[in-house]
Write a protein of this length. Sequence first.
Length: 391
Amino acid sequence: MIKYNFDDIADRKGSNCVKYDMLGEFFGADDILPMWVADMDFRTPDFILDAIRRRCDHEVLGYTFSPESYKMAVLNWFQKHYGVSAKWKTMHFIPGIVQGIAFAMQAFTVPGDKVLITTPVYPPFLNVPHRTGRIFVSSPLKTVDGRFCIDFEDLEKKAAGCKMMILCNPHNPGGTVWSGDELRNVADICKRNNVLVISDEIHADLTFPEYRHTTFSSVSETAAGNSITFFAPSKTFNMAGLASSVCYVPDIEVRKKFFAYLDGNELSLGNIFGYYAAEAAFSKGEEWLRQLLEYLTGNIAAAESYVSAEMPELKIMRPQASFLLWIDFRAWNIPHKDLVHKLVHEAKIGLNSGLDYGPEGEGFMRMNIGTNRATVLEGLRRIATVRPSAT
């Protein structure tokens, strides 16, 4: 068995990666430690890189279509990890999940329609409706016992008049893994109000072993008949640049309409390397993923230990999935704009501003710990250097 070394990370500077090479454009400073964009610093697994190299050996990169072996790898992973037996006719290649959400929005809604979203949430959920002329309706999440919870009374109220709901499952930020009961409640509320559910499950495979991811469509016939699910190997295997996502649509009427939109806009053919990389990920990735989750669990524990000892007033929402920490800085009593400036220009660290996730994110920051442990601790050490003395 290969033992993967997650302490040995790649030098990504100068590779045209967003995380490192767009620091100056995004933060106004390029001499900072980047712990923002949600991809990892770990090397993409060897079996994925080998699959790409083997395909390059052919020396012709012409028009391509999805191999049967790719389809079987996707279906087998979906069965094993999500407990759903599906046929390929219910699935479709998507160049990316954010793009897929935008496609679904254009296929099932029109400008001026309302889109329901629980906040705080991944910023594109807020940006896509705005950019396409839709109106997003926010249902703020509650925090109970250290995890985000859906306010179902508010969700029911806000669902009236909406055409679509974008669900983050597991949730980003915060890493909440929604339970089957929570998802059934969402499905029932949306069905009563004729709201189509779009479930973004890109972080599903990064659910930690003590929790269990539940794919939205599996919780009831109501959910299966009124949803589109998106998933991908991109976050899990650090291959977001290969644009190889998948959608699952069990209901035939929803499927006909969505697939007609995708095919009508010539979105059927994927990236030749994306197919081979995804096949390798889904067919050979079990052991790498097990070791990754073990390492990330250690990163979370190290972060919690450091914060408890050096900055106990800060609160970390312990993620049940993924490599992202949602940190509550409100005890510092610093205006949010000043907090961001202090972290960037004094602590020299780039985190995601909580306000980008909705107004409920004021006083919060998101920290990417998908890197080696030394970098995680260095990032926290930098944060500690700007801790207010009166705290």
